[in-house]
Design a protein. Structure first.
Length: 453
């Protein structure tokens, strides 16, 4: 694939429409019109993480993704331990998306059986995942076009019917407090920022496709940064437009589904149904892309002999005609299907803080790579180093603090992450004893090149 194909797959995995409709309503309820400030701050933090991803990916454009970064910069033990954590979560993250899409569609189809629908989504995504990667790039690209059109419609409805000025929105942010609008405190905007960061998450998915990309060391960094910029544009602009055009700001902030309510009010019921179906299609598209990502992750773990020999060997099998890691794809889809039987709230607990751990290790890893020379051959150099990793670590400390304050999902998720890490680390120690001290992450021929190659 060239840059365009990887960009389409990465944007599909990020799914801007689903982030707008699923994550950002909670941000609006917390920060009100201060959501604009939260998104601006979150985009700065997200850009810092994208720079870090780009640098590490240009040094190690390998389908194992993050665990290969950590294994090479922080040592095999850390890398394989994170691999174990990621393997455990592979069944949970796609299930959250599938069940979330089912719950979302119940608003327009009340009798929809959510779990069977989610299982059907996982099955469809798994079948698509077996196809050739270029076929999937075209398929997800078509779905992505529908998703982005839905967001353009949302933005147009807001900009065509403004109800307040930009200055009022940006300089005088308000929240809903006791049923009335009140000035938004900095604490509320900061809390919302912690959530908004994850609305922009996902541009690092590009590295999982890097072994199928031409000139990956140079192009993968560009794919990561470009996908992040496009994501911010297609999430920030529609959100800004809706806050600008909402006739009743109080009602918008109070609503659990502010974007659907806004489209219904400004565009009518038929348009709202059409846009809602576009958002649901975005979830299907994201699930296909995520299964593709996890398939390549499992393929890399098999190549690195992370499992008993028969399993590792099976995971590295490539379809003779479609050239896809078909056993790894079936594994990723099967785990996602099993995850659909786990209660939705428990899924949120099990996946809630995993991204925080990953981001923290990325920040530490990029600094370690610079210090020990393991990333000296990188093709991309992040600007203003070490601003990005330092900013990332400071922000993540605040995110962990907000997670601890959230006794419903955040704090239980922290405990779940610690348990998952302990299980993964124990497995890694056991496998290291069996494999010996030379057990390390495989670098495919031609993937680790000097910067001036």
């Amino acid at each position: 694939m060239k840059l365009t194909g990887v960009l389409l797959l990465t944007l599909s995995a990020i799914t801007p429409a689903a982030s707008v409709y699923v994550i950002l309503p909670g941000v609006i309820q917390t920060a009100g019109s201060g959501t604009i400030i939260s998104l601006v701050v979150a985009s700065v933090v997200g850009l810092a993480i994208a720079f870090i991803y780009a640098e590490l990916a240009s040094a190690y454009p390998i389908s194992g993704g993050e665990y290969t970064f950590f294994g090479r910069t922080l040592g095999p033990l850390v890398g394989f331990a994170y691999m174990g954590m990621n393997a455990i979560s592979c069944g949970f993250a796609p299930a959250v998306l599938a069940l979330g899409a089912g719950n979302y569609l119940r608003a327009i189809w009340p009798d929809l059986p959510v779990v069977p629908f989610a299982i059907g989504m996982c099955g469809f995504a798994t079948i698509c995942g077996v196809l050739n990667i270029r076929t999937n790039a075209v398929l997800t690209g078509l779905f992505l076009a529908v998703e982005l059109i839905a967001l353009v419609v949302l933005a147009a409805l807001g900009f065509l019917h403004p109800s307040r000025g930009v200055a009022e929105l940006v300089l005088h942010p308000v929240i809903l407090k006791g049923g009335v609008l009140a000035p938004a405190p900095i604490a509320a905007i900061g809390l919302a920022t912690a959530v908004a960061i994850f609305a922009f998450n996902g541009s690092g998915a590009a590295v999982y496709f890097s072994e199928e990309m031409h000139d990956a060391p140079r192009r993968v960094a560009r794919a990561i940064v470009l996908s992040f910029v496009v994501t911010v544009a297609f999430e920030f602009i529609p959100t800004f437009a809706v806050l600008l055009g909402a006739p009743d700001l109080k009602a918008l902030i109070a609503s659990p589904s502010p974007f659907s309510d806004f489209v219904a009010l400004r565009g009518g019921r038929a348009l709202n149904i059409a846009v809602s179906l576009g958002v649901a299609l975005a979830s299907v598209n994201a699930l296909i892309a995520i299964v593709l990502v996890f398939a390549r992750f499992f393929y890399a773990t098999g190549r690195d002999r992370a499992w008993p020999a028969p399993i590792s060997s099976a995971l590295t099998r490539i379809h003779p005609r479609l050239h896809s890691p078909w056993v790894a794809d079936l594994t990723a889809g099967g785990l996602a299907t099993i995850g659909c039987f786990v209660p939705f709230h428990l899924l949120l607990v099990l996946t809630g803080t995993g991204v925080v751990v990953m981001y923290a290790l990325l920040c530490i890893g990029v600094m370690a790579g610079r210090r020990n020379g393991s990333t000296a051959h990188r093709a991309y150099h992040q600007p203003l180093y070490p601003v990005a990793p330092v900013l990332g670590l400071v922000t993540l400390a605040y995110v962990l603090y907000t997670d601890w304050l959230d006794t419903d999902v955040g704090r239980p998720s922290l405990f779940a992450t610690v348990i998952t890490a302990a299980v993964a680390f124990a497995y890694c120690i056991a496998m290291r004893r069996r494999r010996g001290p030379d057990w390390d992450i495989t670098i495919p021929a031609g993937e680790e090149q000097p910067a001036d190659a």
